[in-house]
Ligand binder design. Structure first.
Ligand SMILES: [Zn+2]
Length: 486
């Protein structure tokens, strides 16, 4: 066994960096800031895609594919958008050896090119709403990069919709925020705080932006998905217009929403421990690993026969399972390896187990004896299903309790400064960008969101609000989450 990881307490950053490589999720690429997603990491992303795509289809969306290249002039049509994205653009000026008449931008996001298409497609109120999503990668020239969390190219989905009214666009924006919340909580076991972003933190070109914010294992915040009401900003920039029932020409109301491979970073940092990754069972590439244990060829033959039979039964029950038949590695080495990769449940099978028609099941989320049970082979798929559900629920409960115990009802600025060093501060805010800016300057904490459900943040017994802005003492409009963020 190679050296163990640095503990999270020692060096969370280095723990993360090594874990991503050693769990075989991703690798560095020859171009600085780019990422190679390895098969094990991509399998996790495919499961994330599947869980989201089902939800998108169930809410009436369809998938399409728009081009990678966008004429540079498109980006310039929406003023805030171009200001926000200009510093991050990769621009192609030569094609086929010739200088291009107009430079092409490698898409940082696709509002502009999709807006251009929608302007051609949408003529009348009968064409609305348009509900399209695409799965793709985008490029943003980031300076400080970190695998999954911030890379020049990353994979995501971007939904783009057009509607007849503000209310419909707003309902869509909120619906997709709910979809992300449901996905995060029920598939990834990642508790999130759905909320609205401040004007200074919103998407470049949006009327307003919603976000789901999660607390990582080092108590910092991660924006895990966003949903934007774009108002009529892009509709006006691209002439996305329709004839209403009275035959009057109107601008559409549009939205966009996205969740990216960054979410893999959230899964790692929310659930991982000092031994490695812990995959939430619902998204795990392998939910179960079977490790056979034997000393000689005779034992090997009988153990492998039973192990293969167990595997077949689990596959039949739609459980994602792998049998580790690797030669030349001890069972102990294999245990460590699968712990590093975060497989939720391990089945240990030796000659004695075969004789007794039972197996040892070891939970990844409960190290040592505490997480081990003997199970009869007779009804193993049922036992495994039950345990996977327990692991899924227990991961969520643990993460939620961690977040709540590290979210502080900070009422004075002194309390706030302490809170910000040890998790989230949940404090009154007057709504002024000045106070928000000063807080950012003085503490490094940024405003993550104004939670939509203010009561749910701290849970029962979380304490009353002061009713005052934590910075200026003026009456608070609402309470907001402030934290250091990825
Ligand atoms: Zn204030």
């Amino acid at each position: 066994m190679a050296d163990s990881l640095p503990t999270r307490q020692q060096d969370f950053n280095e723990w993360y960096n090594q874990l991503v490589l050693r769990a075989d999720l991703a690798d560095y690429a020859p171009v600085r800031g780019c990422m190679i997603i390895k098969p094990y990491g991509w399998a996790l992303w495919e499961n994330i895609q599947g869980a989201l795509d089902r939800r998108f289809k169930a809410t009436g969306h369809v998938n399409a594919a728009f081009p990678l290249f966008i004429p540079k002039s498109f980006l310039e049509k929406e003023k805030q958008h171009v200001e926000g994205f200009s510093p991050e653009l990769a621009v192609v000026t030569i094609g086929g050896g010739e200088e291009l008449a107009e430079p092409l931008v490698v898409r940082p996001t696709s509002e502009t090119i999709i807006g251009h298409a929608y302007a051609q497609w949408i003529k009348s109120y009968r064409d609305l709403p348009v509900l399209i999503n695409q799965w793709n990668s985008v490029v943003r020239w980031e300076l400080r990069t970190k695998l999954f969390l911030r890379t020049l190219e990353f994979w995501w989905q971007e939904g783009h919709t057009a509607h007849a009214t503000y209310d419909e666009a707003e309902a869509e924006t909120r619906q997709m925020l709910d979809v992300y919340t449901d996905f995060a909580v029920n598939e990834a076991a990642v508790p999130v705080i759905p909320g609205i972003k401040s004007q200074s933190e919103k998407f470049a070109g949006a009327l307003h932006s919603y976000t789901i914010e999660a607390m990582m294992g080092d108590k910092r915040a991660l924006q895990a998905g966003t949903s934007h009401n774009l108002g009529q900003n892009f509709a006006k920039a691209f002439n996305i217009q329709y004839l209403d029932r009275e035959n009057q020409l109107q601008h559409c109301w549009t939205t966009s929403w996205g969740l990216s491979t960054r979410f893999i970073g959230a899964i790692i940092m929310v659930h991982g421990d000092d031994q490695g990754l812990i995959m939430p069972p619902k998204l795990a590439p392998y939910q179960v690993v079977i490790v056979p244990i034997f000393k000689n060829d005779e034992e090997k033959a009988s153990v492998l026969t039973v192990a293969k039979d167990i595997k077949a039964q689990l596959v039949k029950a739609n459980i994602r399972v792998t049998l580790d038949e690797r030669e030349g590695q001890s069972p102990g080495w294999k245990f460590n390896d699968w712990e590093m990769r975060g497989v939720p449940l391990r089945i240990e099978l030796g000659p004695k187990d075969v004789a007794k028609q039972s197996a040892v099941l070891a939970r990844r989320d409960r190290p040592g004896k505490e997480g081990k049970v003997f199970a009869s082979l007779a009804d193993l798929p049922l036992t495994v299903e039950k345990l996977l559900t327990e692991i899924q629920d227990s991961l969520h409960a643990k993460a939620l309790s961690f977040r709540r115990s590290n979210t502080h009802n900070a009422q004075t600025y002194d309390e706030f400064k302490k809170a910000d060093e040890s998790g989230f501060a949940f404090s009154g805010w007057c709504g002024s960008g000045d106070c928000e800016g000063k807080i950012k300057e003085e503490t490094r904490a940024t405003m993550r969101c104004i939670p939509l459900d203010q009561e749910a943040v701290l849970g029962a017994g979380g304490g009353a609000a002061s009713g005052k802005c934590v910075y200026c003492g003026q009456p608070a409009k609402s309470r907001a989450i402030f934290a250091r963020a990825y």
